[in-house]
Design a protein around this ligand. Structure first.
Ligand code: GLN
Length: 485
């Protein structure tokens, strides 16, 4: 069953070749067997209950949604009423969500079944899943290598086929980079296209929920379900839900692919080579390569580490030792409740970001850092506006190099540079997809990124589909998939 895509599973379910009980129990068994560190909780009881109810509805010939029979895993920063939602933080270790995220309601309405919650970097801060307060996660393609982050658990889960689809969140690259490291699709939709209501906020002006899948068809399937306008998220785009499954078909003849030449220096040689092959494949399908420039991209990492911590420092102020689960037992005064609960509950990376964010927002430094960074953000958006005058989509690698060994990156700056190619899409709110595009000689996956104008999500998927039709990379499975069945 794990060889099937979500689209294939849904079809077999509809045709009554498989029951939801069979499908869900099979994937739950896989989840129980995994020892990658990909999951934080398995929702066996509720998933089996939902499967039973779905089978009954099928028996009664009721109309079923497009995700009927599809198991889905979600990152543990998405709220599901009554279920533990930890953000991989000690602070929320025993926290049970009091409501359900809109994106999960959309999935449930489409009859998808959530089977587990995935490991992640604490509060989505990190690029390797090593800041999780609970455990490390290993890359399914190579033991002791990082699956990427912060949605590393969600990516590893799909690469190991614990489910055909998972959700992550992408603030600076946290869906695309793990997608690239794990050899699967990782998509950050247009900002506002997917509701953030019920996603525990990190940096609200950059956060976007996005899916991981193993085929473009599945990407279109899940994206068509979760791109629903939401009245509980004031940044939700009020354009009616779009069906991408039809728009991914068709050719890309004459389509202009912009390549920012100045960004291609210093790439890992195998990533460089793979990028040229990626472009050659698109050219073979009739696309045309054009040179563009994104001159302010080089500032994207520095300004991200001003803007994202600034937003995080205010978003995380609610974790104060009074509300939610963590309260220090040592605290005697109100001040100590705040201080001790926060130092006991948060990991080092989270503390660093809160301090940095409070600093750049402080009265004396706001103009020098925060406001200046906002101006540079505007410049990045203008770069894109100029570039899209010349091309339809933009292509460059998702990351400059493939996955690395767990524990091998010890200084924060090197880790922060993981996102040098991904952050600018969050700054501009545009759709960006990491496409599995090949492997290094060591067998580590490589991903190439496609970006387009806001609301051109369908176009990004269409170009990816044209590439997928010509290649076999996305269809490859890591060896350990067999061992889990
Ligand atoms: N790696 C970046 C960070 O550490 C991005 C994280 C994300 O996209 N959630 O903040």
């Amino acid at each position: 069953m794990f060889h099937l895509s979500a689209t294939e599973l849904a079809k077999k379910y509809k045709d009554k070749e498989l029951s939801a009980k069979e499908i869900i129990s099979t994937f739950i068994q896989r989840c129980k067997k995994e020892n990658l560190g990909a999951l934080l909780s398995i929702l066996e009881e509720s998933a089996m209950e939902n499967a039973k109810r779905l089978d009954e509805r099928r028996e009664n010939n009721e109309v079923l949604g497009p995700l009927a029979g599809v198991p889905i895993i979600v990152k543990d920063n998405l709220m599901m009423e009554g279920e533990t939602t930890t953000c991989a933080s000690k602070f929320l270790e025993n926290y049970k969500a009091t409501f359900t995220a809109s994106v999960i309601k959309d999935i449930e309405k489409a009859d998808g079944i959530i089977i587990a919650k995935a490991n992640m970097d604490e509060f989505a801060m990190g690029s390797s899943t090593e800041t999780s307060a609970f455990k490390n996660c290993t890359n399914p393609w190579k033991e002791n290598y990082s699956p990427g982050g912060s949605s590393g658990g969600s990516a590893a889960a799909v690469a190991a086929r614990l489910a055909p689809i998972s959700l992550g969140s992408d603030t600076g690259g946290s869906v695309r980079q793990p997608g690239a490291f794990c050899g699967i699709y990782g998509f950050k939709p247009t900002y506002g296209r997917v509701s953030r209501y019920g996603l525990i906020a990190f940096a609200s002006s950059l956060d976007q929920i996005g899916p991981f899948t193993t085929t473009v068809e599945d990407l279109a399937l899940i994206s068509s379900v979760i791109n629903t306008p939401c009245d509980k998220d004031s940044t939700s785009i009020q354009t009616p839900t779009e069906d991408y499954t039809a728009s991914i078909k068709g050719d890309i003849k004459g389509l202009k692919v912009g390549v920012p030449e100045e960004m291609l220096k210093g790439l890992h040689p195998e990533v460089q080579k793979n990028f040229e092959e990626f472009l050659a494949t698109l050219e073979k399908k009739g696309a045309k390569r054009v040179s563009i420039s994104l001159p302010h991209n080089k500032y994207s990492v520095p300004i991200y580490y001003i803007l994202a911590p600034a937003e995080a420092s205010t978003n995380l102020a609610r974790f104060d030792g009074i509300r939610y689960t963590k309260r220090s037992k040592e605290a005697k005064t109100l001040e100590q409740v705040y201080e001790l609960s926060r130092t006991e509950g948060f990991g080092k990376e989270v503390v660093n970001r809160i301090l940095l964010g409070s600093y750049v927002l402080s009265a004396g430094f706001q103009d020098a850092y925060y406001r200046k960074a906002q101006k540079v953000r505007r410049k990045i958006c203008e770069d894109y506006e100029n570039a899209f005058q010349k091309c339809d989509v933009i292509a460059f690698p998702t990351t400059p190099s493939p996955s690395f060994e767990l524990g091998s990156i010890t200084d924060p700056l090197t880790m922060y540079m993981q996102d040098v190619f991904t952050i600018s899409a969050n700054m501009a709110g545009i759709p960006a997809l990491s496409v599995p595009s090949g492997f290094t000689s060591e067998g580590l996956p490589i991903g190439m990124q496609l970006q387009a104008k806001q609301m051109d999500d369908a176009l990004v998927m269409k170009v990816a589909k044209a590439f997928e039709d010509e290649t076999v990379h996305a269809a490859k499975l890591p060896k350990l998939c067999e061992a889990l069945s």
